[in-house]
Design a protein around this ligand. Structure first.
Ligand SMILES: Nc1ncnc2c1ncn2[C@@H]1O[C@H](COP(=O)(O)OP(=O)(O)OP(=O)(O)O)[C@@H](O)[C@H]1O
Length: 376
């Protein structure tokens, strides 16, 4: 295992008052995230905007100071590191950002941008080796050598993301946290950048945490996927298992919002519309964080007991597939039915409610408005 995060929390204080600067509450952006990433693996982390994905990614790199929890990287407890040792450790963990234009200094040439990180880690002392490295990086990300003398604004969005990736690679890291690496790019360019991430992973032996709100992007690139809701994981599985048998009601809702480009499959598939908006992370619901929007919620414990991420006893579901739902087994077997579903099957072509549409949701409340069909 390369990275082990245990019960990581990042709570941002909410301050009021000019003079007293009182803390009147907290934004529970990350609230008990535990996950492990194996060497050479790609872990995809998905969830809707505001669920805490970026904050968690930043906390792993100590770009955000965790309020609680532990992060161990390659056997080293990162919380024990300070100053120079932390700075040295950062070389092993790099970040690729969503918007390459805002993460690249517009006044620096590509050469200067790439050398900056290398210099900070003492990798430019041998000038010939440093320049050989620059050429290697450009070749790896598919840019010509002439790119070195140019500025970020002279490139297209996709090319800029290539520079962002080259920059992350420049210090020879082990782990890259890619935070929405393609969501600012045109759909036509997204696949190229995803393919590039896969190519350089193989070439440089990298481990990835890929953060995205888009299930399709994560599916394509990930070995395992974790689904996050209001600061914590609700489900985690090998990518194929998660997409084949989504167990958590939230994951099922996310999946059901991704259009499938096959009208027959599209007609038969489950469609779940979630009630309401994502609750504020400053006032998360009690018990299961998802109970306020869950079509399967039960009065017995959903609003009081916070479910652990746990293995389930469901035929065909491996132990690696874990879910934080008290009633996962009963939901999967059909023993529990979602609320407000029309009782009988209807002709999908007829002008009446579909049996698999949950009607108590806000009309048009698409939890995944930007989702695209799989196959990126
Ligand atoms: N520095 C901060 N101070 C206070 N609140 C913050 C801070 N950074 C993030 N938050 C809040 O924490 C919550 C989680 O934010 P975060 O950016 O991690 O979510 P996300 O899932 O990555 O969403 P997005 O994809 O929109 O960035 C949000 O409610 C956000 O407003």
């Amino acid at each position: 295992m390369l990275l082990d995060a245990q019960d990581v929390k990042v709570h941002f204080p909410i301050k009021r008052g000019v003079v007293f600067d009182r803390t009147v509450g907290y934004v529970y952006a990350v609230d008990g995230m535990s996950l492990q990433i194996n060497r050479g693996e790609t872990y995809g982390l998905v969830g809707e905007s505001g669920c805490g994905k970026s904050t968690f990614g930043r906390a792993l790199l100590r770009l955000e100071e965790p309020t609680a929890g532990a992060v161990t990287f390659d056997g080293t407890d990162l919380s024990s590191l300070k100053g120079e040792t932390l700075r040295k450790q950062r070389r092993n963990m790099q970040m690729v950002f969503q918007d390459p234009l805002s993460s690249l200094d517009p006044r620096q040439t590509v050469e200067a941008l790439l050398l900056e990180g290398m210099r900070a880690h003492g990798l430019t002392k041998d000038k010939a080796a440093a320049h050989a490295r620059l050429r290697e990086l450009l070749a790896a990300v598919g840019l010509p050598e002439a790119a070195l003398k140019k500025y970020p604004h002279e490139f297209s969005g996709g090319q800029r993301q290539r520079i962002g990736i080259a920059r992350a690679l420049s210090v020879d890291p082990q782990l890259i946290v890619a935070d929405e690496p393609v969501s600012a790019l045109d759909v036509s360019v997204q696949a190229q950048v995803i393919n590039l991430l896969e190519d350089v992973q193989e070439q440089f032996g990298l481990t990835y945490l890929v953060i995205a709100h888009d299930l399709a992007v994560v599916r394509h690139i990930s070995d395992r996927v974790g689904v996050m809701y209001l600061g914590a994981l609700v489900e985690e599985a090998d990518a194929d298992d998660l997409y084949a048998i989504p167990l958590h009601p939230y994951t099922r809702a996310l999946m059901s919002a991704v259009p499938i480009p096959d009208p027959q499959v599209e007609d038969r598939r489950e469609r779940i519309i979630l009630a309401g908006d994502l609750p504020s992370p400053a006032a998360p619901p009690s018990g299961c964080r998802f109970h306020t929007r869950c079509p399967w919620r039960q009065d017995t414990r959903c609003d009081t007991d916070r479910p652990e991420l746990r293995e389930v006893r469901i035929e065909g579901v491996p132990a690696s597939h874990r879910v934080a739902c008290h009633f996962a087994e009963q939901i999967a077997s059909g023993e529990l039915q979602p609320h407000s579903v029309a009782p009988t099957a209807v002709d999908p072509d007829a002008d009446q409610p579909r049996p698999d549409v949950i009607e108590d949701g806000a009309p048009g409340a698409d939890p995944y408005p930007d989702a695209r069909p799989p196959g990126v």
